[in-house]
Design a protein around this ligand. Structure first.
Ligand code: KG4
Ligand code: ZN
Length: 339
């Protein structure tokens, strides 16, 4: 029988279920949550309530779209953490109930491992270019910014990470200062396409080794706007495209500096990128440019695998299943989880 994994992701504000059979993605359903937009950020209590409403229909659709039956599912892989506890509880509780009812194994997945291993998903009718071990993963999301050395599916070491805000957080917080809606990353990306990335200069932090910092940039951006608004109350609207382009340029530049450094230190030129910020067009362009210049073997994910999704959890779970690493059914989710 083919190993068929039902993946569940509910760590933040996306409820997602996916079916992955022998490493091949058959479905990947994602229900986002519009409810947070008006608050300018994810409201944890509202997120868990929405997950509760979405989880059954999302799983049902994932199974139907995959063209399989519930009884074809070999195991259920779910995000145990890190994330919002109330959100994680919905996915974890669903996994427990489903595993018990179907008498199948459960596999717990670290959300970050999911982002990193998403590159191993095979997509029907799409050329499958999997990274070769060892590789470096630049993981850039709303909650994390890390460079990880990946030696095997179960052998990953963080080489550097942010000491304060994540890259996605920098996009979102600066966007908020400009009055843009949440999440600000994609909105900044859109305006930036029409702007001049050299119009304004913002500070780049000096941080040791392969660690990152984005809180200084955020403060610099805030004070810069405050001063300019004194001279021209319409400064933001008058310069939206250039502001977004310059901000995006700086964030990507900070990320690329450390990635280049990591390649130099490790000698590894097999590079992957993952997490929501991997959808950013400037980041994708810069990576492609540097990849060609320095002869990196680059793996840039399709857009659907940059933000949170259950297919990445299912593929990470599939490799754990093959190693026989199962979860006990008294398992609890973890808001903070050891990498
Ligand atoms: O991985 P993800 O979906 O959730 C977390 O695990 O955090 O990442 C969400 C983050 C948000 O901060 C969002 O603004 C950012 O990814 N993001 C982007 C873009 N698309 C999403 N940032 C910059 N440019 C984008 N195109
Ligand atoms: Zn994520």
């Amino acid at each position: 029988m083919k190993i068929t994994i039902l993946g569940i992701e509910s760590s933040c504000d996306d409820t997602s279920a996916a079916i992955v059979q022998e490493g091949v993605m058959l479905s990947n359903i994602i229900a986002g949550q519009k409810v947070h937009e008006i608050y300018g950020g994810v409201v944890p209590e509202l997120a868990s309530r929405a997950h509760q409403q979405n989880i059954i229909p999302v799983v049902d659709t994932a199974i139907k779209q995959a063209g399989i039956l519930k009884n074809d599912i070999t195991a259920i892989a779910f995000t145990r953490g890190p994330g919002l506890l109330g959100s994680l509880l919905v996915g974890t509780s669903f996994a427990k109930g489903f595993a018990l009812a179907q008498n199948i194994k459960m596999v717990e997945v670290n959300h970050l491992h999911g982002h990193i291993l998403a590159h191993f998903l095979k997509i029907p009718n799409v050329e499958n270019k999997q990274p070769a071990f060892p590789f470096l993963s630049l993981l850039v999301s709303g909650g994390h910014t890390q460079i990880v050395l990946v030696k095997d599916f179960n052998d990953m070491t963080i080489l550097g990470q942010t000491i304060d805000d994540a890259a996605g957080e920098a996009f979102d917080k600066c966007a908020k200062v400009m009055g843009l809606p949440y999440p600000g990353g994609p909105v900044v990306d859109r305006y930036a396409k029409l702007g001049n990335p050299k119009a304004f200069q913002f500070t780049k932090p000096v941080i040791k080794d392969l660690d990152f910092s984005f809180s200084g940039l955020k403060t610099n951006f805030l004070y810069f706007l405050r001063d300019r608004l004194k001279e021209n109350p319409n400064f933001i609207t008058d310069n939206m495209n250039d502001l977004c382009a310059s901000l995006q340029f700086t964030i990507v530049d900070i990320l690329m500096d450390k990635l280049k450094k990591a390649v130099k230190l490790t000698g590894i030129k097999e590079i992957t990128v993952g997490g929501g910020v991997a959808a950013n067009s400037e980041l994708r362009n810069k990576l492609t440019e540097l990849g060609a210049k320095y002869k990196w073997n680059l793996h840039i994910p399709a857009f659907q695998f940059t933000t949170d999704n259950a297919a990445m959890i299912a593929i990470a779970g599939y490799y754990k299943f093959l190693r026989g690493e199962f979860a006990e059914n008294n398992i609890a989710p973890l808001a903070k989880m050891k990498f």
